[in-house]
Design a protein around this ligand. Structure first.
Ligand code: FMN
Length: 390
C-alpha cells in the first residue's frame, strides 16, 4: 500500500526515545508522505525543532498561543489522515486519556479523539512507570479508541531492564501503513460525483458556461477513491484517473449519464455547476459576426438534482451544492426543502470558484447547519464524505 501524499501528524513528548523519531520521519518522507511534527515543550529537551523542520520540510508546532493561526489545533486535526504519538510519556498518556488539553499536543489529541481519524500511540518509559496500575488503566481506556503499540522489553536508558523501550521506528512505520491501508470506510460504496461547469453549445465553435473549475468535485472524487469507494466521476473536463471518468459537455448530456448509473450508486454528490439555461436553437453553422447585435434565446434546463431525488431510494444519499452571492444560507435552506436531497453544501462564489481552498456550510434535512472553516478542498471533501459513513 502506498502512503504517497498521506498526511501524517507525529506527536512527540518528553521522553528519551524522542531522538528515534527523526528516523521514523525519514521513513515516511521517503515513501512520499506529508509529515508534520507536533511537540510538547518537554520534547524539546530531547530533539530540536531544526532537526524536525529539516526532515519534515514543514513548520514544527509547539506552542498554541504563539502560532500565527490561533486555531492551529483544529487545522492540524483537519489535516491529519493519521495521528502517530511517539514516544508518548506517562504524563501525556494520562492527560489525553482524561481529555486534559493544556498544551498544543494535548489539545490536538483531545480534538482528534473526537473524530474518526486513526490514532496510534507508542509509549516509552521506565519499567516501573509502565507497570503503574493507574497508567495501565489510562492505556486501557485509550485502547478503546486508539491503536497502542506496546513498548519493547530490554535495556532502558535509565539503566533498568524491563518493559518500556520505545518499539523500533520500523514497527511504528509498518503499523501506520497497515492502519492507513485498512482505513477504507467507503470500500463498499459506489459513489457518483459530478464536477465542472457545463458548456451549453451555441454553434459548432461557441458555447456559454460558468466559472466553475471542477476542483471541489475532483477533490471529492480523489478522496472518495482513497477511502476505498468505487467512484464514477462525471465531469466536463479531461482528467486521467484510476477510477471511472465520463466526460460530458452539456446539462442534458450530464443528465443522460446520471440517469444511466444513478440506480447503481449508494451516493451521488452533485458538485458540478449545471447551467440553468441552454440555447433554444442550436445553430448548425457558425453564427456570422456581421451584425452589430446578437440576440440568443435560452430555455430552461431540467432541474437534475430535483428530478433525481424523485427516484431516490431510501438506501441512497444525495448531496447537492448551492453556490450563492447573497442570502446564501437562506437560499440553500430553501433549496434542500424544494429538491429533497439529503444534504446541501452551501458555499460563496467569492471563496469557491477556481480556488484551492474554500469554506462551506453543510445543511441537513432538518435544516441543521455545520460550518467547515476555510480549508483545502481535499480536507473539505473529507468532511463531506464523513456524512456517508459511520
Ligand atoms: C532524561 C529524562 C528522560 C525522561 N524519559 C522519559 C520517558 O522515556 N518516558 C516518560 O514517560 N517520561 C520521561 N521523562 C519524564 C518526562 O520528561 C516528564 O514526565 C515530562 O513532564 C513529560 O512531559 P510531556 O508529557 O509534556 O512531554 C524523562 C525525564 C528526563 C529528565
Amino acid at each position: 500500500m502506498s502512503i504517497k501524499n498521506k498526511n501524517i501528524l507525529i506527536g512527540i513528548t518528553g521522553g528519551i526515545a524522542a531522538y528515534k523519531i527523526a528516523e521514523l520521519v525519514r521513513m515516511f518522507k521517503k515513501e512520499g508522505a506529508n509529515v508534520k511534527a507536533l511537540l510538547t515543550q518537554n520534547a524539546l529537551q530531547f530533539i530540536t525543532i531544526k532537526t524536525l523542520e529539516t526532515l519534515t520540510q514543514n513548520d514544527v508546532y509547539v506552542n498554541q498561543f504563539k502560532e500565527a493561526q490561533t486555531t492551529v489545533h483544529i487545522s492540524l486535526e483537519d489535516w491529519a489522515d493519521v495521528f502517530v504519538l511517539a514516544p508518548v510519556s506517562a504524563n501525556t498518556i494520562s492527560k489525553i486519556a482524561n481529555s486534559i488539553a493544556d498544551n498544543l499536543l494535548t489539545s490536538v489529541s483531545c480534538a482528534i479523539l473526537g473524530t474518526k481519524t486513526p490514532v496510534i500511540i507508542a509509549p516509552s518509559m521506565n519499567v516501573n512507570m509502565w507497570n503503574n496500575k493507574y497508567l495501565q488503566e489510562n492505556i486501557k481506556k485509550l485502547s478503546e479508541r486508539c491503536t497502542i503499540i506496546e513498548p519493547d522489553c530490554g535495556y532502558l536508558a535509565c539503566g533498568d531492564n524491563g518493559k518500556g523501550r520505545l518499539t523500533e521506528p520500523k514497527t511504528i512505520f509498518e503499523k501506520t501503513k497497515e492502519i492507513l491501508d485498512k482505513n477504507k470506510p467507503l470500500k463498499d460504496k459506489k459513489i457518483i460525483i459530478t464536477a465542472g461547469g457545463t458548456k451549453e453549445k451555441i454553434d459548432p465553435v461557441r458555447f456559454i458556461s460558468n466559472f466553475s473549475s471542477g476542483k471541489m468535485g475532483l477533490a471529492l472524487a480523489d478522496t472518495a477513491y482513497n477511502l476505498g469507494a468505487d467512484v464514477h466521476l462525471i465531469c466536463t473536463f479531461d482528467t486521467d484517473k484510476n477510477y471511472k471518468v465520463t466526460k460530458v459537455q452539456t446539462a442534458l448530456e450530464l443528465k443522460e449519464e446520471l440517469d444511466k448509473d444513478f440506480n447503481n450508486c449508494d451516493c451521488l454528490i452533485m458538485a458540478s455547476a449545471v447551467a440553468d439555461y441552454r440555447i433554444k436553437e442550436y445553430n448548425n453553422n457558425k453564427i456570422s459576426s456581421k451584425d452589430e447585435n446578437l440576440t440568443l434565446e435560452f430555455v430552461k434546463n431540467p432541474d437534475i438534482l430535483q428530478e433525481i431525488c424523485k427516484n431516490k431510494k431510501k438506501r441512497q444519499t444525495v448531496i447537492g451544492f448551492c453556490l450563492g452571492t447573497e442570502d446564501l444560507i437562506q437560499k440553500a435552506s430553501e433549496k434542500i426543502q424544494k429538491k429533497k436531497c439529503d444534504y446541501i453544501i452551501a458555499n460563496e462564489a467569492k471563496t469557491a470558484l477556481g480556488t484551492d481552498e474554500n469554506e462551506v456550510w453543510i445543511i441537513d434535512k432538518n435544516l441543521e447547519i455545520k460550518k467547515i472553516d476555510k480549508n483545502s478542498k481535499t480536507n473539505i471533501a473529507k468532511k463531506i464524505l464523513e456524512l456517508i459513513y459511520d
